[in-house]
Design a protein around this ligand. Structure first.
Ligand code: KG4
Ligand code: ZN
Length: 371
């Protein structure tokens, strides 16, 4: 039994988790900073890194306590060291370096995007019984026995605030990028759409909820497909189309341009219809590319989805539908593991550890990803 303590501080969540043998989550603590960034309607890097400094040690302590294991029992320390906000990453990396050094345990640097694709394999264990607890998403959960060793190649889709990318996974550690957004990430588009509709921050979950009360056919918004064979994504046209649908076309030019209406003029029903129409267009655009990728890569055995937007109700429903239609197993994370968390970091680190792939103690924090 191998226990890994994971740390994650790449953006605005300070997270720590203890995971056994790659998939069994003994604790998963996430200290969100949403309240600190809400008034700016986006993450302010300086505020994020300062908050990580204050929260990282209490979060690690809580994760170890909740797991019910002594710190000395931990076999390795894992940390998301790329990609992300550099000031935020540095806090987690420094804490992980100190822990690894003080405990004399291996340090493992993890790619955050790759870890999102591990999240669907995580299962929650109650610390008392150490038996699997059913999650609310049991229909989407892979069988326990196959959790760590799923068949490959798999098609991987990461949909988050920073990424919208498709990969072919030859194994959990070997993946090839086959498509990505050429402008906004889908989560970013959700957050901006929420601002356009006058909703709170972060916008994704609020917009998703509101969309369920609206009519998705009410407003015709564009589904960008790019070239006929393209696996890339584009969401900036959808965002602009929503802006014009809400506020009308701008009158006048450049600095003098003014919109005819504002989001305050929307009725509740209009706002819900716009949210539903946006959600339908955004999710359609993603599903079109998944379909194309599966057609272009017939050897693919399964579809694995991860990242904050994999919590989206419509995307989850459409992914299950697609799996049934194509006879393809589809793996979506339990809700707790969709958004940023450290369990996915500790889980993927197990694969690195058994492959003998550990990091030097002077592991760097890297803002961009090679993937
Ligand atoms: O993976 P994540 O926590 O952070 C990044 O690595 O970016 O993803 C956060 C993103 C945000 O843009 C948030 O609005 C979006 O995920 N999100 C959602 C939903 N829940 C979170 N977007 C659509 N529907 C949701 N239910
Ligand atoms: Zn993320």
């Amino acid at each position: 039994m191998t226990l890994i303590l994971g740390l994650e501080t790449s953006c605005d969540e300070t997270a720590a988790a203890v995971v056994e043998d790659g998939t069994r989550v003994l604790s998963n603590v996430v200290a969100s900073q949403h309240e600190l960034h809400e008034r700016y309607r986006g993450v302010v890097p300086e505020i994020a890194s300062r908050a990580h400094v204050e929260r990282v040690l209490p979060t690690v302590e809580a994760a170890v306590r909740e797991a019910g294991v002594a710190l000395e029992r931990i076999d390795a320390i894992a940390v998301g060291n790329r990609p992300g906000l550099i000031g935020s990453l540095l806090v987690g990396v420094s804490a992980a370096q100190a822990l690894a050094w003080a405990l004399g345990k291996p340090l493992i640097g993890i790619d955050h995007v790759q870890a999102h694709l591990w999240a669907a394999r995580l299962e929650v264990l109650s610390p008392e019984s150490r038996v699997p607890r059913p999650t609310q998403d049991s229909s989407l959960k892979p069988q326990a026995s196959s959790l760590r060793t799923l068949d490959h190649p798999a098609l991987g889709l990461v949909v988050s605030g920073g990424h919208t990318s498709l990969y072919v996974l030859e194994s959990p550690l070997r993946l090839t990028l086959i498509g990505r957004t050429i402008d906004d990430a889908v989560g970013e588009a959700y957050d901006k759409a929420a601002v356009i509709l006058g909703l709170g921050y972060p916008g994704g979950p609020t917009l998703d909820k509101l969309a369920q009360a609206g009519d998705p056919r009410k407003v015709d918004l564009p589904r960008s497909t790019l070239g006929a064979d393209s696996l890339d994504f584009s969401f900036s046209g959808l965002k602009t189309a929503l802006l014009y649908a809400v506020r009308g076309h701008p009158v006048g030019r450049r600095e003098a341009a003014r919109f005819e209406r504002s989001e305050a003029d929307l009725t509740d029903a209009e706002r819900a219809d716009l949210a539903a129409s946006f959600q339908a267009a955004a999710v359609d655009a993603v599903m079109i590319k998944i379909g194309r990728a599966l057609d272009q890569h017939p050897a693919v055995q399964r579809l694995v989805i991860g990242g904050g937007v994999s919590a989206n109700s419509l995307l989850r429903a459409r992914a299950v539908e697609l799996g049934e239609r194509r006879g393809l197993p589809v793996h979506v994370p339990a809700m707790a593991f969709c958004v940023d968390n450290a369990a996915m970091i500790a889980g993927l680190a197990y694969e690195h550890l058994i492959a003998g792939d550990v990091s030097p103690l002077d592991l760097p924090a890297i803002a961009t990803t090679a993937l």
